[in-house]
Design a binder for this molecule. Sequence first.
Ligand code: 13P
Length: 434
Amino acid sequence: MSFTFVGGAARQPIIHTSAASLAAPAPVSAPMTSKSPRSDALLASCGLALGAVLASGNRKALKQSRKTLPVMQAIGDHFAHCPDFKDELLATAKALTMPGKGILAMDESNKTCGLRLASVGVENAESNRQRWRELLLGTKGLGDCCGGAILFEETLFQDTTDGKKMVDLAKENGIIPGIKVDTGLVPLVGGKEGESWCRGLDDLKERTTKHYEAGARFAKWRTTVRVRDHSELAVQEAAHGLARYASICQSSGLVPIIEPEILLDGEHSIDECAECFEKTWAAVFKACADFGVALEASLLKPSMVTPGAQSGSSADPETVARYTKASLKRVVPPSVPGIMFLSGGQSEVQATLNLNALNQEANPWHISFSYARALQNTCLKTWSGKDENKAAAQAKLLVRAKANSKAQKGEYDPATADEDASALEGMYVKDYVY
Ligand code: 13P
């Protein structure tokens, strides 16, 4: 007797939590060995019903076990937690993953946005954040390359300088508004020194309901795992938080972007990075299955698989693409529509080259960008807080967005691209806080 018929966990892709087990064929009962509450509940109820049948062989027990099955299968309905939003969620995910499209990440916290503004001599005042973010969202033609923009809460509820809603400016420009909903990283009690976990679940349902009303249609939650010397708790907590967040967002009509960032900080090799990537993502998808996330209406936001920033080595785009795709293929189900990479401190050109390399052959998913620094850097420098530079800065943003749009289709050609010197500047910052 196998457990494959029992409800959601078996109907979701079976994903294992260690790199070694990824290579081995999956025993059908593997998902039931997890400690997740849902698997435990399924195992318990399944075990009870089947146990009764096997032990007694009587018709009453068989009838009882049959009664149990439809209930468990209902748990496996991928949209059971968000039936009213199913069509809209799928439409949003589709719009964000059209050929040539990616996402503009502009969800820096006000503090981090302030650091960016300070780097070009602009004071971190609400009016300046408003001018800067309005410049980004109002860039004509941006919607042809960026199907969505991730906003910080201030922007979602803010007006433009001429009294229009920021979300309306985005929508008029063909850009779907998204919202960052995690409330930031804090030290992980019980983890190793320096590890973090991500907060924000407590009132997430209430907040995401308001975000939907304000016009957001997708969301982002970023947590981090470091490559060397991470605790199992850090990986499991990242997976738990992301899966709970994703399910709650879907119940509020928001497509969740799932972002466990594997940190670039460290001396690790590219192989160690790949191992941590696979282990973390496998745990994330196990948790998504346990908590009933509809993968078809979710997007991923991974970091690329690279050597650590302090490793003393670097990898060319072909190597980054080879490693990253090998890892993705081992752990990411093809039901996920889009993989939208973060740039993680790469230069604008590097991030475009890596994306281009990732798209040199057909992929099971739409592979694209959700860059912040690697879309904004040259634009911000060109603007430098001056209204007279606004049009030139928007032109720079469009150049970058178009380059990445081409890279999404594997068509970026560095030989013919006329790149600014600032587009070659690395932007890596150790212990980067978003
Ligand atoms: P970067 O592209 O600057 O790494 O930002 C990623 C991110 O998570 C923003 O939403």
